[in-house]
Ligand binder design. Sequence first.
Ligand code: GLP
Length: 246
Amino acid sequence: MRIYCAKDYYHASRVAANIISAQVIMKPDCVLGLATGSTPIGTYEQLIRWYEKGDLDFSETHSINLDEYRGLQPDNEQSYRYFMNTHLFDHINIDKKNTYVPDGTQSDSEKACRDYDEIIRIHGGIDLQILGMGHNGHIGFNEPGSAFGKETHCVKLSESTISANARFFDSVDDVPKEAYTMGIKSIMQAKKIVVIVSGDSKKDIVKKAFLGPITPEVPASVLQLHNDVILVGDEAALSEYYKAVQ
Ligand code: GLP
């Protein structure tokens, strides 16, 4: 694993955006695996800036997002489709037909998951997967205890994830209780993975995920088994990791 320690969130976002840019420049028709949450917002802002300057062209790029709340319409402001449109897709020249987010409105959950796995498969897999990390080590919406062998599936969100994500909703009761997410197996099949972490609140889980035992109890710990992972973090998020390895 390669680690980039940035001095702050802004700098970490630029590093992550640089890696994504390199991918898009080297392979314009690449498949990007994209993530939501507050962490990648700065990365997306940086990509938009470079696109506006004429440095990036996403016209041939495809994207496949990690997850979506079950039951939310794509135009619901809290849906991850809405998040991706407003934080990235509306501002760059990616063709929205080439952007995929699980269909949260599909009530047949088996069909929703099967269809999504098929989308990943027909695109030849993901070239570069961007990940954030939840405070309990979840990646996508793979909560502690998720089997490592799963592809896209429907999950019940844990209480800690519901309360962490409540800040985006009017009240905690409005947070959907289920989501569709790519599984750990789908994530691990990406050719390259970039994990972005920021802030003091992530420092303990970063240490646990990358130095602790590899266990479904800490879903991100599986990334220790991937052969091409880049961890991009700010000093605050990486502080406990560095203390432990020194
Ligand atoms: C959500 C998303 C994850 C994301 C996590 C962390 O639960 N499903 O993909 O990594 O939040 O969010 P944040 O970056 O806001 O800490």
